[in-house]
Design a protein around this ligand. Structure first.
Ligand SMILES: Cc1ncc(C[n+]2csc(CCOP(=O)(O)OP(=O)(O)O)c2C)c(N)n1
Ligand SMILES: [Mg+2]
Length: 388
């Protein structure tokens, strides 16, 4: 191998280097609630929450986790084709989701069940999509929550386009709307995401890039996506980046609220890196024991997003056992209800798959639909479904 003095080949490529702690002058991530449930203060990102608001956040976290658990079970029982669990990422999703106003628009990946909850999307609609009985499940315009996007990173471009549209319609400003887009650590390696950063930056688009760095992109660790902490990518594009404790619902709420406000006020985009961990498998088709060690999981368990809010409420006598029992009971009722309604979802009309391919009638799609209808009609004859 040739060496070139102008390049630094001395940096380690494996082992000691970690984008989680790169550089010695790395500021600590924004945190307002420690894993032990101690409230800490931050000079730039503080937040005042009433006991009622904290209890509501706790309730959101517990209910969202319960829906997720129920979905994993349903998949295991053969009732869903697939499920992407949010386990461990509840605070990042509920904190950012609750920072949104009704007028704001959100673009999710396939894992944002907690944000969907905050946008009042019925969880059964999410399950329907993973059961393969609907085409996405909800009307994005009704919830200001776009459909789930499986193609990694592409929704960042949709979001920037949407935000630029709002900007041109004059729909931003203090009481107007901002756009938030969710993506993962792996997505930051996609061209789409980097293009979205460029466009958002140069057009000063009112958009918040919310990256849930859950440390893994299926079996690829963070080290294979970046040599610097992800939030620092933003400075190269010309807008601020901030790293927040993604397991701290208070901090996620505070930081996202501020970034959305800045977007509305014409200050352009912000990249938020929510530093968190995917506690479950990538999806129900994945087995993470094949590529990651159990000690990593154990370390993150101690940073659980729900336990720290519970500890905070307990320590400060803001809630008693009765409250926690009532939330658990509500979660049980919700879990049972979601399961029941999922199993009752009707199978779709087979021809429905040809609807909504294009917004207007399309000759080729119509031809394919007619061919398929004729094929299906072959099953109706007296031969019991035999076609020749
Ligand atoms: C363009 C594209 N390439 C590859 C895939 C396959 N794929 C699905 S999820 C995933 C990893 C995404 O990781 P990350 O962005 O960190 O999100 P996470 O799943 O961890 O939430 C990949 C590569 C895809 N869906 N789309
Ligand atoms: Mg990831």
């Amino acid at each position: 191998m040739t060496t070139d003095a102008s390049h630094d080949f001395t940096r380690p490529t494996t082992g000691t280097f970690s984008p989680a702690n790169a550089g010695t002058d790395e500021p600590p991530l924004v945190q307002l609630l420690t894993p032990e449930g101690e409230r800490v203060h931050h000079p730039d990102y503080d937040i005042d929450l009433t006991p009622e608001e904290v209890k509501n956040l706790y309730r959101d976290l517990v209910l969202v986790r319960r829906v997720d658990l129920e979905a994993v079970s349903l998949q295991r029982q053969g009732e869903l084709g697939l499920w992407a669990s949010l386990l461990g990422q509840e605070a990042a999703q509920v904190g950012s989701g609750r920072a949104l106003t009704d007028a704001d628009m959100a673009f999710p990946t396939y894992r944002e069940h907690g944000v969907a909850w905050c946008r009042d999307v019925d969880p059964v609609k999410l399950l329907g999509m993973f059961r393969g009985v609907n085409h996405g499940g909800w009307n994005p315009a009704e919830h200001n929550f776009h459909l789930y996007t499986i193609v990694i990173g592409t929704q960042t471009l949709h979001a920037v386009g949407y935000a630029m549209g709002m900007q041109r319609d004059g729909a931003v400003g203090e009481d107007g709307s901002a756009t938030i887009v969710y993506f993962g650590d792996g997505a930051t390696s996609q061209g789409d995401v980097n293009e979205a950063f460029t466009w958002a930056s140069v057009f000063n688009a009112p958009v918040v890039f919310f990256c849930q760095n859950n440390q893994w992109a299926i079996s690829e660790p963070l080290e294979k996506q970046t040599r610097i902490p992800l939030y620092r990518r933003a400075s190269g594009f010309g807008f601020p980046g901030i790293r927040v404790d993604g397991n701290d619902v208070f901090a996620c709420l505070a930081v996202t609220r501020q970034a959305l406000k800045a977007a509305r006020e014409g200050q352009g985009p912000t990249l938020i890196e929510a530093f968190t961990y995917r506690m479950g498998a990538h999806t129900t088709s994945d087995d993470p024991t094949r590529y990651r060690v159990a000690t990593e999981l154990e370390a993150w368990k101690l940073k659980d997003p729900i336990e720290r809010v519970k500890a905070y409420l307990f320590k400060n006598r803001l809630a008693d056992q009765e409250f926690f029992d009532a939330v658990d009971k509500e979660a049980d009722v919700l879990g049972r209800d979601v399961r029941k309604r999922c199993l009752e979802l009707p199978d779709p009309d087979p021809l429905a798959m040809f609807e909504h391919v294009y917004s207007e009638p399309h000759a080729l799609t119509a031809e394919e639909r007619d061919q398929f209808a004729a094929y299906l009609a072959g099953f109706d004859d007296a031969s019991g479904g035999e076609t020749r």
